[in-house]
Design a protein around this ligand. Sequence first.
Ligand code: SF4
Ligand code: SF4
Length: 299
Amino acid sequence: MIEVDFRAVDRKDLPPPTLDFLHLDTLWLQVTGTLCNLACTHCFISCGPKNDSHPFMSLDDVRGAVESAAAMGVQEIYFTGGEPFMHPDIKEMIELCLEVAPLNILTNGILITPEMADWLAHKFKTAKYSLDLRVSLDGTTPKENDAIRGRKTFDKIIASVELLWNAGINPVITVTTCHADLSAVEGRMKFIELLAEHGITQPRMKFLSPFKIGREERRDQGYADYQRLVEGDLLEGEEHDLQCSSCRMVTAKGVWPCPILIEVPEARMGISLDDAAIPIKLDHPACYTCHVEGVSCRT
Ligand code: SF4
Ligand code: SF4
């Protein structure tokens, strides 16, 4: 973590840093837009059953984005939403991506049926490129998790993780550290113990700091005025660490620099990946979290 006293200067009138686009390593696809079966209190894009500000992508939308990305040399693809397993064409989308690059799917796990777990496990073993899943869990007890993800979600998420594990897939458990003690070593060990209790002997974990936008801004608090980046803040070589130098997010409504800013209309870069292969200004307060906490949405 970078330790700088950002409050020491009045930053609001200073220009933001510019970040060059280096190459397209990672293609993000918002396959189900902002529609989700849950409405988590920390969701930084305020997804939910009624938020269709970004609708589902069509199979043709996904195919077009993947073909463009392949021509640009993409190295990996991520599905997110919303909840990707709400999409009726999810299997076709997975299959077409696995012909082109490794695929990661970010899910809350709740809609994964035994049939889907077996189908995914078959793809996991036989596809041309690797398939990986991330399942979100925000506490080691129902009380802790359900306060963020909704009533009775803890039990459903654990059941889904067991289903995947028993089918032969070891998902990455993704924890957003809304409960401060979950980022400390003791908090992390509790997850390892919890997963061991459920038979998962090789736990894979990712811990993410919350972005203080969307519903998280209302749950906790937003960014302070000083929490923004200005020219000169980026460290030497940091352009290689910030995912937005080598990723783009495609939704049904166009292209954005990253998965975090899709509800920021001014951040939209155009309709095609070619339009978006240009430098960006790191002028959103969420960029402060990426810089200071070193957050990347990649696995
Ligand atoms: S955090 Fe994930 S599971 Fe929760 S509402 Fe947002 S997209 Fe859905
Ligand atoms: S929020 Fe993070 S990933 Fe998105 S443009 Fe800002 S620095 Fe890049």
